[in-house]
Write a protein of this length. Structure first.
Length: 166
């Protein structure tokens, strides 16, 4: 049993990667639905708040699923590992959030700041999509297609933003 607990406390790279992509998609959604009239600090706090709620919900779901599978309480190491594995959902979005804050400090309009953050977010989606696809063994056309799908998720949010603002 002790060996199983140690193994269970090891990082779950697949979940970390999935959490990172989910975080970027959620951040894109928040940025896409932000009003051009919102203050950039408010938008940044909305992104952080939304991602924190999603991280808590995702952690809860994974804790309950693990407990359901094991049919007993989880130890502290397992709980900590599950919570930590989901953190990329928040941490991967630091660059777009920093972009929002810098745009606010520079006095940019909310629209410009949000657009910059969205562009960074889409770049990160492409980067993480490519890395995950490559790590999954994809090469050539399948690698390119898989990478593009990740980017298209962000572009779909841009389309939503355009639709909502017109």
């Amino acid at each position: 049993m002790a060996d199983e607990e140690v193994v269970d406390a090891q990082p779950n790279v697949g979940r970390q990667s999935a959490s990172a992509l989910y975080g970027l998609i959620i951040a894109c959604a928040v940025l896409a639905t932000a009003s051009p009239d919102d203050r950039l600090l408010f938008v940044a706090l909305t992104v952080i708040g939304t991602l924190t709620i999603y991280w808590i919900a995702e952690t809860y779901v994974h804790l309950m699923a693990k407990r359901q599978a094991q049919h007993h309480e989880l130890n502290r190491a397992q709980i900590a590992a599950i919570a930590k594995d989901g953190l990329p959902l928040i941490t991967v979005t630091f660059a777009p959030i920093i972009a929002l804050l810098v745009a606010a400090l520079l006095g940019m309009t909310a629209k410009v700041g949000e657009d910059i953050a969205l562009a960074i977010n889409i770049g990160l989606l492409l980067t993480f999509g490519h890395r995950m696809s490559r790590d999954a063994g994809l090469r050539g056309v399948p690698l390119v297609l898989s990478t593009l799908i990740a980017g298209l998720l962000g572009l779909a949010m841009v389309g939503l933003k355009i639709f909502l603002n017109h």
